[in-house]
Structures are given as C-alpha cells and as structure tokens.
Write a new protein. Structure first.
Length: 407
C-alpha cells in the first residue's frame, strides 16, 4: 500500500480522539482541479501545548488493526474497515518531512493494539526514541500509552514525550464490561498512578537544577459520553478522582458518534453535542471555581440541565444566597456569581481596594450585565427581589423561544 493511502486511512482513524478539537472540521483543497492551494495536509490538526499555544500536529495512528473489540470504536477487531499499518520508520520519516517543511510543530501518535500491548508500545517508544535521539527532534510529542504495557515501556514513553495520555473511555467497570470487555478500570488507573510518579520525579529533578531534562509534564485522558447510560454525575465523579489522585491535566469529554456497522448494544444516535459542552463547563467549575460534584448535579437529577450553564443552574437552585455584595464578598463567593469568570473576579478584587464598585465597573470589564444583575449588589444598584422570585422565574434565564421556519 502506498504511504499516501496509509496516511489517509490512519489519519482518518485518529480523528475520533478528542484531544485535538479541530480534527473533525471539514477540509477544503484544490485537488478537484478547482480553487487555490491546500491549507491542511492529511492528518494535520491543531491542539494546545502545555503553555497554551495553539500548535499544528500530525495526528495519526500507528495502525488501525486491533486485538480488542470495544463496541464504540471504529477500529475494533470486528469492524469492517480498511486496515493499514505504518512501520516505525515510516512514521519517523513522515514526521520529519512534515516538520522540516513547517507543516507541523509536532506529532500526536496513537495506535490500535497488535500482537500484544508490549509489542505495540515498544513500536511507539521506538518511534519516539528515534525522533529524539537519532534526529534530535525538538517538536512536540504527544503519545498515547497502553495501560497493559509494561511499566518500563511506559517510563520510556514519558521520557521522550511532552504529553502522555491514557484513555479511560468509560467511567465505571460496569460500563467497560458491557462496551469494552477487554479493558480494566483498575489497570488503567494503576498506569496513571505510575505516570504521575514519573512526572513528579522529573519535576523534582528539574527543580534540583537539571533544567534541560526533557520529560512529559502531564497526562490526560478521554471519556466517551452517551455510549451507555452513565450519567453526568458518574463522569464528573470519576474526573474529580483523576484530577486529585493522578493529577491529570485534562479529561476530554467526547460525545459518542455512531459508527458504521455499529453493534446493537450502542444507542442508534449521538447524544446532543450540548451535553459534551455542559460537561466541559462543569469540569471547569470543579477545577477553577471551587464547586463540588454534588453541588453541580444532585442525586435526584444526576444529569446536567442542558438548558443553561451549570453555574447558572446552581445559582437558581440557591437563590437564598443572592444577591451578593460585590464590595465585601470573599473571592469564593464572587466566583459563584453567574457571568463572573476567574479573571473578572480577580480584577474586581483589585479595583475594590481603590474605590467602591459600581455597575459601570462591571460594564468596563465587559461583564454580561443582564446575566449578572439579579445576583449582585453594587454601590449604585440593588436588584428588586422580583428578579429572582415570582412565578416562572426560571424562564427569565432561558434563551427566548424562536419561531421555527416552515420551509
Ligand atoms: S483498544 Fe483502542 S483501538 Fe482497540 S478497539 Fe479499543 S478503543 Fe479501539
């Protein structure tokens, strides 16, 4: 098979990984004989480096052959797709060719599992080693690792990569047993624990003066939302455990997308994309706003309200805590006001040292005043109690209904 054909298959197969958000976007080029240029080559997508820069990556699988049969995966053993595999040398050559031409700033490499976890992981590590040690490759390297692979191979992967990820896929062993019977939650979290230790040790070495030490600075994972009955509370509880125990940098929530020849245990349609968005918002509240999972989703309603963002939803369920005096409230309380982000809150804390806060200050900080008004007291404003009380109060915060077009 030609390298170009392999690239088409293995770049397409990699697009289901959520860590590179732009990879599902439609690409336009001039190959049909019309138009000018081809801005994005096969397999090139954008992602974010640990320092927040947006970078272009060659995002591919080493192979889309796999021993496992995860129902939600297009590359599963029983799937009827065209198969292809790169050799490690081909991946190295493609990466260097693209890198030297400035098409990419790095490589995102994942793989199906062939022969054994150790065999596949050994090939991934060999690619990383060749790039770093033989070619002095300075680009960004994001490697997927396999939980079942030997700890030594995982350690080598963290030595060469900038970012490591291990996909958890589903939040409980019960869900895995049903949809990914070969996967084991305990093995995956155990591997995450080992990576955390390696990352911490490398950080300590850097602190002790070995500033040139190259090593992965963090790990991330992906979960698939809507492939089974797992609730948003299940996903968020698991995410909190991953952030606290294994210090994951990010949990990516990927809405399940129906695949060709899907297994009958899968739902026939995708969940609303809004669910993925609400999970990201809730995840943000957990990490940066001091919320707990049981404040965001309640036992009686374990799924997020799709009609509004989770902070607004919490505020409307806790109306007795509002309005909040902006001049005197502590930071934790300000962070709970709908419409105020972390940066705005920090700027308000600075401004209020110099003068008493007025609505104008919020306007200057580009705060959405309509959203914030019912929840705050400023020097020149106190909301009428009717804003958070009365009949049909929730409807005031929902988008206005729109007349659908007939044709
Ligand atoms: S192990 Fe990975 S590539 Fe293989 S079927 Fe499962 S999700 Fe797909």
């Amino acid at each position: 098979m030609e390298l170009q054909d392999k690239l088409a298959i293995l770049a397409d197969a990699a697009k289901y990984d959520a860590s590179c958000a732009s990879s599902g976007a439609q690409r336009r080029d001039s190959r049909g004989g019309r138009g000018v240029g081809s801005a994005g080559g096969e397999g090139i997508c954008h992602s974010y480096a640990p320092d927040g820069r947006c970078i272009s990556l060659l995002k591919i699988l080493l192979t889309n052959r796999c021993l496992y049969d995860c129902h939600y995966c297009i590359n599963r053993r029983s799937s009827n797709v065209r198969r292809a595999s790169f050799t490690p040398e081909e991946v190295v050559r493609l990466t260097l060719d693209f890198y030297k031409r400035n098409y990419i700033e790095g490589l995102f490499l994942s793989s199906g599992i062939v022969r054994s976890a150790d065999h596949t992981m050994g090939q991934i590590v060999e690619i990383a080693r060749t790039l770093r040690e033989e070619h002095d490759f300075r680009g960004y390297l994001h490697l997927k690792t396999i939980p079942e692979a030997s700890p030594d191979l995982t350690a080598l992967a963290t030595k060469y990569a900038d970012r490591i990820s291990l996909n958890l896929e589903l939040p409980s062993q019960r869900s895995l047993d049903r949809l990914a019977p070969e996967k084991n939650l305990h093995r995956t979290t155990e591997a995450m624990g080992r990576i955390r230790t390696l990352v911490d040790e490398a950080k300590a070495q850097r602190r002790d003066g070995d500033r040139k030490l190259r090593h992965a600075t963090g790990q991330s994972t992906q979960v698939i939302v809507g492939a089974d009955a797992s609730s948003d509370a299940d996903f968020l509880q698991r995410s909190v455990e991953l952030y606290t125990r294994y210090r994951l940098r990010r949990v990516y929530y990927s809405a399940f997308s129906p695949i060709p020849d899907a297994s009958s245990v899968l739902p026939p349609s995708a969940p609303p994309l809004l669910r993925e968005h609400r999970l990201y918002q809730a995840d943000w509240l957990l990490r940066h706003y001091g919320f707990q999972v049981d404040e965001i989703v309640e036992a009686a309603r374990p799924d997020l309200d799709l009609r509004m963002d989770p902070k607004l939803s919490w505020a409307l369920r806790h109306r007795h805590e509002f309005p909040v005096p902006l001049q005197t409230a502590p930071r934790e309380q300000l962070l709970r006001i709908p419409g105020l982000g972390v940066r705005t809150v920090d700027r308000l804390l600075t401004i209020r040292r110099h003068h008493r806060l007025r609505l104008d200050d919020l306007a200057r900080l580009r705060v959405p005043l309509e959203k914030v008004r019912p929840f705050v007291i400023t020097e020149d404003y106190r909301p009428p109690s009717s804003l958070l009380d009365g009949e049909r109060w929730v409807e005031r915060f929902l988008p206005k209904p729109q007349q659908l077009e007939l044709f």
